[in-house]
Design a protein around this ligand. Structure first.
Ligand SMILES: Nc1ncnc2c1ncn2[C@@H]1O[C@H](COP(=O)(O)OP(=O)(O)OP(=O)(O)O)[C@@H](O)[C@H]1O
Ligand SMILES: [Mg+2]
Length: 252
């Protein structure tokens, strides 16, 4: 078992790890720092340790792929990274802020302001046009220039020519691109994608991955949780989970 090197939170300037080691991100430029995170569901005999002393840094501007077999803790990790759930123990630093002890209202604030989500099922509202779907996160925060921001986000995913289409008038890949635009429109620090290619054929998958890679090349931090081996080539780093732990990390 390869465990993360260095004391979490030490913040000391360590030399870059050689290729093939992990984590590669150290120092002050990380957006995410998970320190010895444990997540236990249930209690007593029924207790399940879904994350077991799990530590990981994600650099600002990194595109990280997280892989692992069913039950290895990927969704649990996603829920914690996305501030949808809190760890049983350990600390989660997001942009320098300890978010592991926030209450539900505070978590919702971090989630809505700083994280964009992309899911396997696109979760678009069927009665709304593409741009109306994309503006939704802005409605909740009372933003003024919603249409302009939504059109800009749709342009970033190559859908300027589909802004008035409804989801049923779009292909699966296009729907996922609308969902990515919706995740982008708030200009989040992190895009968190859970199996973003899970419902797509190989052509649409490549399309969506190319867009995520482009966004990353523009500086966006992205974490993709996936079974899809096609994701690893677009990622700067792939880590593999098993039984709630990191077992393998590879630099691209
Ligand atoms: N709400 C819950 N209550 C109890 N146990 C849970 C709960 N959610 C997940 N688990 C358990 O925690 C472990 C990790 O589950 P998790 O959903 O994170 O795995 P996963 O890697 O996302 O799997 P998959 O690839 O099948 O989606 C599993 O053993 C699972 O049974
Ligand atoms: Mg899962």
């Amino acid at each position: 078992m390869i465990q993360q090197g260095g004391a979490p939170g030490s913040g000391s300037a360590r030399p870059a790890a050689p290729r093939g080691d992990f984590p590669l991100q150290t120092g002050a430029d990380h957006l995410i720092r998970l320190e010895s995170i444990t997540k236990i569901y249930g209690s007593g005999d029924a207790a399940v340790v879904a994350l077991d002393d799990f530590s990981l840094d994600v650099g600002a501007g990194e595109l990280l792929a997280v892989m692992g077999p069913s039950g290895s803790g990927k969704s649990t990790l996603m829920n914690i990274l996305g501030c949808l759930d809190t760890p049983t123990s350990g600390r989660y630093w997001f942009g320098g802020e300890d978010v592991s002890r926030l209450n539900e209202t505070q978590l919702a604030h971090v989630r809505n302001r700083r994280i964009g989500f992309v899911f396997q099922q696109f979760h678009l509202l069927p009665r709304l046009s593409a741009w109306r779907n994309v503006e939704l996160p802005l409605l909740y925060r009372g933003e003024q220039d919603r249409r302009a921001l939504a059109l800009h986000a749709l342009d970033q995913v190559g859908l300027s020519n589909r802004v008035d289409h409804r989801p049923t008038q779009l292909s699966g890949g296009q729907q996922q691109r609308v969902a990515i635009a919706r995740a982008l429109v708030t200009d989040p620090d992190l895009i968190l994608a859970d199996e973003p290619t899970g419902n797509l054929d190989s052509v649409a998958s490549r399309d969506v991955l190319a867009i995520l890679r482009d966004l990353n090349q523009q500086g966006r931090t992205i974490v993709i949780i996936t079974h899809d081996p096609e994701v690893a080539p677009v990622a700067q780093r792939t880590v593999v989970m098993r039984d709630g732990r990191l077992v393998h990390g590879v630099a691209a």
